[in-house]
Design a protein around this ligand. Structure first.
Ligand code: HEM
Length: 517
């Protein structure tokens, strides 16, 4: 008797709960659609009511919202309501304005999407952000970057040695992997003062940029819906799921690297100590040391805070650059006329390949510059929309007044693919469009803009030019037809914040031969 009483009551309670939940949701959706301060803004009703549309395109379809948004703009205009509290604007002039030096916050959900609350990337508040950015001092400045040229050359030479080995055995080598090893070694040594062994451990290196596992579970985008889960997932569930699925150990190597970073940081702290005083005026070797000797409070320079701050800058500093290097090499090997022009310019500027050109010399080469800019334009930097929020005042976009606390998002890809700037062949790789047009530089948004512009862009530029010039001056290469490399292996397709190709992991096998002279 007591059992059936309990069951009856359970179902009554469950029915009430469902009715209550549905009524609550109906009230919320009605409020969002008809009473909300953003209800007058155009856009699909489903996006105004909930974030399910975003979830479908980004988590379920593995990062495809970035390609859907331009279609929505075509239908609804330059400003659309793309979430209950979010507006997305497609207007290159306005990008320049909003992402300039306005003291705006970042939307908390996008700031925390990788669980890096203590890093620059994860900092919402504008003031705190500028303090954390200042903590890296001149570590990523142009003048400091110039001093890193021997480091870049040394790691590039290590890469060349691997290509030479491939020529000796008459086989192929995967440039996508090789570039990751080069850029990861550069940023690891510059950040932590030690090598990790990316060249020696191909499996680990590939594990770091293999996005299949993340795509399967939609990790990158889940972080924008449930950010507090991400650190926990990364530390525990990831390795559990990996074991259950029998996925290769290399997919967990980010965790392994984190352990390595902690050890390096401990060494640095033991050696230098953590000080709040920056007046010492000392030449610090690594970016982590610069950070440690900043005026940030001690709690920002110890434990998880220190690991996150340095790991975030480290993580932003190699796959991005290597993705762009791989994409550039693919374009060069696909467009013979572009390759010939570049080689002619390099051969003239650098007649003896046994010598090493300086970065300053490479800066004088217009065609190299045009090739790199064109490849970066089509790479976009971040495929995810970037967000800003004014916590206290309204923002104005044309006749639209945007209430305070509204998330305003914009996409670098919208500017990089704006036909009114680049012309109708905007999707094509055509370096010539840059020649004699310095006014176009302002529209290259791949490193974003203003106060939160990519901190490492000077280092990225130096790596891109030195590595491409060196590899293409010293080697001829071709993509073996049996490797069946297509755009799906190389070009930006999935938004994993930074770009990923359709097949989740870049690969570019090439058969190299040595160039004479
Ligand atoms: C081709 C190479 C690169 C591209 C396309 C790129 C692109 C970007 C973009 C678009 C952002 C802005 C993200 C945002 O607004 O949330 C960013 C931020 C950042 N980048 Fe890069 N990056 C590159 C290389 C590097 C390198 C070599 C470093 C070296 C340390 C680096 C360090 C950072 C850091 C620390 C941030 C965070 C700044 C912040 O959150 O405000 N990046 N990068």
């Amino acid at each position: 008797m007591a059992g059936s009483y309990f069951v009856t009551n359970f179902w009554t309670f469950a029915a009430y709960a469902v009715v209550l939940f549905v009524s609550y949701k109906a009230v919320v959706y009605t409020q969002r659609l008809f009473v909300h301060p953003l209800s007058k803004f155009p856009g699909p009703k489903i996006m105004a009511a909930s974030r399910i549309y975003e979830f479908y395109y980004d988590s379920y379809q593995h990062g495809r919202l970035w390609r859907r948004l331009p279609e929505l703009h075509k239908k609804y205009g330059a400003i659309i309501r793309m979430g209950p509290d979010e507006l997305h604007i497609q207007d290159s002039e306005y990008f320049d304005y909003l992402f300039g030096f306005k003291p705006l916050d970042k939307w908390p959900m996008s700031a925390r999407q990788f669980g890096l609350d203590h890093a620059m990337f994860g900092t919402e508040d504008y003031k705190l952000y500028t303090q954390r950015r200042a903590a890296f001092g001149d570590a990523f400045s142009r003048s400091k970057t110039f001093k890193l040229q021997p480091l870049v050359n040394e790691k590039t030479e290590k890469g060349c040695e691997q290509i030479r080995a491939a020529t000796r055995r008459g086989g192929s080598i995967d440039l996508a992997y090789l570039y990751r090893a080069v850029t990861a070694e550069i940023i690891t040594e510059y950040m932590y003062g030690q090598q990790y062994g990316f060249f020696e451990d191909e499996k680990t290196t590939k594990g770091l940029y293999d996005r299949r596992f993340d795509a399967l579970f939609g990790f990158t985008h889940l972080g924008r819906f449930i950010p507090f889960w991400i650190p926990i997932l990364l530390i525990f569930a990831r390795s559990q799921i990996r074991q259950v699925l029998g996925v290769q150990e290399s997919t967990a190597s980010m965790v392994a690297f984190s352990g390595f970073a902690d050890k390096m940081l401990k060494n640095i702290v033991d050696e230098h100590g953590v000080k709040e005083d920056v007046s010492e005026n000392k030449q610090y070797k690594t970016a982590a040391e610069v950070y440690l000797h900043s005026s940030l409070p001690v709690h920002d320079k110890t434990g998880q805070s220190l690991t996150q701050a340095t790991m975030a800058a480290w993580a932003g500093g190699w796959d991005t650059t290597a993705f762009s290097l791989t994409q550039t090499s693919y374009y060069l090997l696909r467009y013979d006329s572009v390759l010939k022009k570049l080689k002619a310019e390099l051969n003239k500027a650098w007649p003896q390949q046994a010598t090493t050109p300086t970065y300053q010399e490479l800066l004088e080469l217009p065609y190299l510059d045009a090739v790199m800019k064109e490849s970066l334009r089509l790479m976009h930097g971040a495929l995810s929309r970037l967000t800003r929020m004014n916590p206290t005042s309204a923002e104005q976009y044309k006749s639209w007044t945007i209430p305070p606390k509204t998330k305003i998002s914009m996409s670098t890809s919208d500017v990089n693919l704006d036909k009114s700037i680049w012309g109708d062949d905007v999707e094509n790789f055509r370096p010539e469009r840059w020649l004699g047009h310095p006014e176009l530089d302002k529209w290259l948004m791949t490193f974003s803009k203003g106060a939160r512009v990519c901190a490492g862009q000077e280092l990225a530029w130096m790596e891109l030019k030195l590595i491409v010039a060196t590899i293409f001056r010293k080697f001829d290469m071709e993509i073996p037809s049996e490797a069946k490399v297509t755009d799906a292996d190389i070009l930006p397709y999935c938004d994993g914040f930074t770009p990923g190709p359709k097949n989740y992991m870049q690969r570019l096998p090439v058969v190299p031969t040595l160039v004479d002279g």
